[in-house]
Design a protein around this ligand. Structure first.
Ligand code: PHE
Ligand code: FE
Length: 290
């Protein structure tokens, strides 16, 4: 098992054999809570500082420009930032806010927050022995991985649309199909740019090793984004991904996911499920970017 710095999607809440980590007694009915800033120890701030420094130096040539341009919006890299300070900047940029949560939350609560342009951020920090690998998303994954792209207007609108789409998928019993879209875009998405292949998915950008694996290794497969094909594709939660889907632009992603998914879910249900990493006949692979 390789150390992935978390790609666990909030949709796995309650499906595991252990309860989610975190103190849910302090959460409100929408699962949000105050960021428990007083609880952070100097060791927690130090873990944040070291994780941030390690990821930041890897970004050039591997992360997309929109991410690199916005990462400084997280504030000073030496200490865990205050969520309210980031929200103030985010609200001005794209009308999003970040809200604290005790950890993974049920999918309907998650969708409802996204639909209100509120991004839930886990407030606890991983322990030092989890530096390379943490099983559930922590404050570093949620902030560093997800928040910079919320400063991009098109990506920000996509995230809200995803939340509204999630509430609808719950009614259509299609959350499993929609979760694959989150996984292969928001968590593990790649984008083709003029300078070459880059990562925009939070699971990649917050991972020590997956950035290079996703962009530069010849091991995984990389195929063009195709909504139905993607919704048929299983994914790995305990290793680097075997396949990545490549978009041309956030606008392409937004436009491809704008139509009503009701007939799309029905069409996907008629087709075979694909094991993680399956390549279909005639499918063109993107070359790694070394
Ligand atoms: N268009 C989707 C629907 O009708 C909603 C959606 C938008 C889902 C963007 C995901 C991302 O269900
Ligand atoms: Fe995540």
């Amino acid at each position: 098992m390789k150390g992935v710095n978390v790609g666990v999607a909030p949709v796995t809440y309650g499906q595991g054999d252990r309860p989610p980590r975190g103190d849910y007694a302090r959460a409100r009915s929408d699962y949000t809570c105050e960021q428990d800033f007083a609880r952070y120890t100097e060791a927690d701030h130090d873990t944040y500082r070291r994780l941030y420094a390690r990821q930041l130096q890897q970004l050039p040539g591997l992360a997309c420009d929109e991410f690199i341009a916005a990462v400084s919006q997280l504030g000073a890299p030496e200490r865990i930032p205050r969520f309210d300070d980031i929200s103030e900047r985010l609200m001005k940029a794209t009308r999003w806010q970040i809200v604290g949560v005790p950890g993974l939350i049920p999918e309907e609560a998650f969708f409802a927050l996204l639909a209100q342009r509120k991004f839930p951020v886990t407030d606890w920090m991983r322990q030092p022995e989890e530096f390379d690998y943490v099983v559930e998303p922590d404050v570093f994954h949620d902030l560093f991985g997800h928040v910079p792209l919320l400063f991009d207007p098109v990506f920000a609108d996509y995230m809200q649309a995803y939340g509204a789409g999630g509430l609808k998928a719950s009614r259509l019993d299609a959350c499993e199909l929609l979760a694959r879209l989150y996984w292969y875009t928001v968590e593990f998405g790649l984008i083709q740019t003029k300078q070459g292949l880059r990562a925009y998915g939070a699971g990649i950008l917050s991972s020590a090793g997956e950035l290079r694996h996703a962009i530069a290794s010849s091991e995984p497969r990389r195929v063009g984004f195709d909504l139905q094909r993607l919704m048929r594709s299983l994914y790995k939660i305990d290793s680097y991904q075997a396949i990545y889907f490549v978009i041309d632009s956030f606008q392409q992603l937004f436009d491809a996911t704008a139509p009503d998914f009701t007939p799309i879910y029905a069409a996907v249900r008629q087709q075979d499920i694909l094991e993680a990493g399956t390549l279909l006949p005639g499918e063109r692979l993107f070359a790694p970017n070394r």
